[in-house]
Design a protein around this ligand. Structure first.
Ligand SMILES: Nc1ncnc2c1ncn2[C@@H]1O[C@H](COP(=O)(O)OP(=O)(O)OP(=O)(O)O)[C@@H](O)[C@H]1O
Ligand SMILES: [Mg+2]
Length: 212
């Protein structure tokens, strides 16, 4: 059976596709059979990115497929070691279906209240609809270098009663890596890759707890 990680948000542009790609790249590097399920049909961010990845001959290869329904994804749940679900923003019904199918959820948010509030609201709604709190992990995205920014975001998440797993810092090289079919942990800069990998490792550690 595949491990399934859902990366979801109510708001757009919070780093879902960024985390999806970095997580998939990490597992693919370790020779897991990985698929990214791209539920964002209107943008197809990861699908287009993977076309660039193949055109630029970047390894490891990652399988990406677009899905319009969680039922179709459920049919494939025995075919991979890991399925990373890249959710579409603002699709409440589908988000709940993804949440129920997933073993673990990552809710990325930027550090501003404009972004934190809707993500916390989404987490509360998921719980109201029967999703266990233990499945829900919060990540901070596009964090600047100020320590107070990170601490403020982390505190907000923890005060709301949720688990914070780590942060991906805002770096120009991450956007540029995406433009060439690379993931955030595949930039030309070792320190950037290490920092993203540290975040990804925290996700991997949580996933290991889920899978034992
Ligand atoms: N840490 C970062 N540093 C620099 N740029 C970033 C970082 N994370 C994400 N980006 C860029 O910000 C934009 C939004 O990120 P991303 O596509 O991951 O968000 P998303 O939540 O998937 O958005 P959507 O809801 O529209 O699908 C992209 O252009 C991405 O390349
Ligand atoms: Mg996206």
């Amino acid at each position: 059976m595949s491990l399934i990680v859902g990366i979801i948000s109510q708001k757009g542009g919070v780093g879902k596709s960024t985390i999806s790609r970095a997580l998939a790249a990490e597992y693919a590097r370790n020779e897991w059979e990985v698929k990214i399920a791209d539920f964002d049909l209107s943008q197809g961010t990861v699908t287009s990115w993977n076309a660039d990845r193949m055109a630029n001959d970047i390894t490891p290869r990652i399988s990406v497929e677009q899905f319009s329904s969680v039922d179709n994804l459920a049919k494939q749940k025995d075919h991979y070691d890991l399925i990373v679900v890249d959710g579409a923003p603002a699709s409440t019904r589908q988000t709940l279906d993804i949440a129920k199918l997933s073993h673990m959820l990552i809710l990325p948010t930027k550090t501003t209240l404009d972004d934190l509030r809707p993500q916390i609201k989404l987490a509360h709604e998921l719980r109201k609809n029967g999703v266990p709190k233990e499945k829900i992990l919060f990540a901070l995205s596009m964090v600047g270098d100020s320590k107070s920014e990170l601490e403020g975001g982390k505190e907000y998440i923890e005060d709301a009663g949720y688990v914070y797993i780590g942060a991906v810092y805002r770096k120009d090289s991450i956007g540029q890596a995406h433009d060439s079919g690379r993931a955030a942990n595949e930039t030309p800069f070792k320190t950037v890759n290490q920092s993203v990998d540290q975040f990804i490792q925290a996700v991997v550690d949580h996933l290991q707890q889920v899978s034992v």
